[in-house]
Write a protein that binds this ligand. Structure first.
Ligand code: CTP
Ligand code: MG
Length: 335
């Protein structure tokens, strides 16, 4: 495959803003869903505080980073100081408490990569995963949410990309494609890199928020109210951005050498990260640096088969955006 720089976009692209915005709006959760999530969190806080008065619960993931669709499950992190107690014991105890409180389908998955308790709340119908002390996820959730405040086009683009990835079957990290978290990082990077930038690099600015979690220093400028309008010199609409996003990943990204990095707001080389060869199961065929755990490549789940699936899907999407008269139906066609 040859790489090329961005080619001319179809002339009628802005005429496609309306259908993309309609899809985006149809996926936004209603206020009453948010209220039900809050209700479930309060219920869980009451249950947990009886056993562990010092513990706290935080929402993380799509229910808290503003990239969640309507009818999503919620992800909760239980923070508990008890360093002596094994996570699996806490999870089993927690599962007991939840069961006694009449929550349903309670299941402790103590051997999973991220051990969790699953449950379903019959009062709200919401399902929930609870993990323990995954504080970096809580912090990266805040970073994503802060980016979303700066320019609404990030939320629009990420919704369209996530919706595309789910309908096309390429949002399956356990099967070698990318997580939703990875797709949102790709969107942030892309908007940082537009010729007239739509997003700043918050970790490159003077830190107004700083925490150290698991020996990782997480610091960035979080007073994002002061950055609203940052990207207003760039007037590109959602359809143009969707087109350019897919054509970037189809034709412009250098898969052999490049690492995308929202931490630096630039592209790094695989050599500087020492991500040039396979180590264990990490193949680094598409490289997406985690903003805080910088040794973590979100693309490491991608293998030599799924990289082709992904690249073919990017090319398919780019071609549809370039040539198909009404691209939405075809773009989101189930695979
Ligand atoms: N996460 C992470 N590292 C990963 C994957 C996920 O830290 N490799 C954390 C992030 O905080 C992310 C959360 O786990 O926000 C949930 O990840 P994921 O399920 O990929 O994203 P959601 O935003 O919950 O997407 P979806 O709507 O598809 O559930
Ligand atoms: Mg999730």
């Amino acid at each position: 495959r040859k790489m090329r720089s961005e080619v001319a976009c179809r002339v009628d692209i802005d005429g496609l803003n309306a259908p993309f915005l309609a899809i985006y709006e149809s996926l936004i959760p209603a206020e009453e869903e948010k209220a039900k999530q809050k209700q479930l969190l309060t219920l869980l806080e009451n249950i947990v505080s009886k056993e562990w008065p010092e513990a706290r619960l935080d929402l993380y993931g799509s229910c808290a980073n503003s990239f969640g669709f309507s009818k999503s499950d919620i992800d909760v992190c239980l923070r508990i100081a008890d360093a002596n107690v094994k996570k699996s014991q806490v999870l089993l105890k927690l599962a007991d408490l939840l069961q006694s409180a009449n929550l349903q389908n309670v299941q402790a998955l103590t051997r999973a990569r991220v051990p969790i308790v699953k449950l379903m709340d019959p009062a709200t119908g919401i399902s929930c995963d609870i993990c323990i002390n995954n504080v970096l996820a809580v912090v990266n959730t805040k970073l994503l949410q802060d980016y979303a405040h700066i320019d609404v086009r990030l939320r629009q683009l990420a919704f369209i990309v996530k919706h595309w990835a789910k309908t096309r079957g390429v949002n399956e990290p356990y099967q070698g494609t990318l997580s939703s978290y990875a797709y949102v990082l790709m969107c942030i990077h892309f908007l940082q890199q537009r010729r007239s930038a739509i997003l700043p690099c918050l970790q490159g600015m003077e830190a107004t928020y700083s925490v150290t979690v698991d020996n990782v220093e997480c610091a960035y400028f979080d007073q994002v109210e002061n950055l609203i309008g940052f990207g207003s010199h760039n007037r590109e609409g959602i359809a143009k951005l969707v087109w350019a996003f897919f054509s970037y990943w189809a034709y412009c990204h250098d898969y052999a050498d490049d690492v995308i990095s929202i931490r630096t707001g630039t592209v790094l080389s695989k050599r500087t990260k020492d991500w040039t060869r396979r180590i264990g199961n990490d193949r680094h065929l598409i490289c997406i640096e985690d903003p805080f755990e910088t040794s973590h490549d979100l693309g490491r789940v991608v293998d030599k088969f799924s990289i082709n699936v992904l690249r073919e899907e990017f090319e398919r999407a780019a071609e549809i955006m370039q040539y198909v008269p009404n691209p939405c139906a075809k773009l989101f066609e189930p695979y």
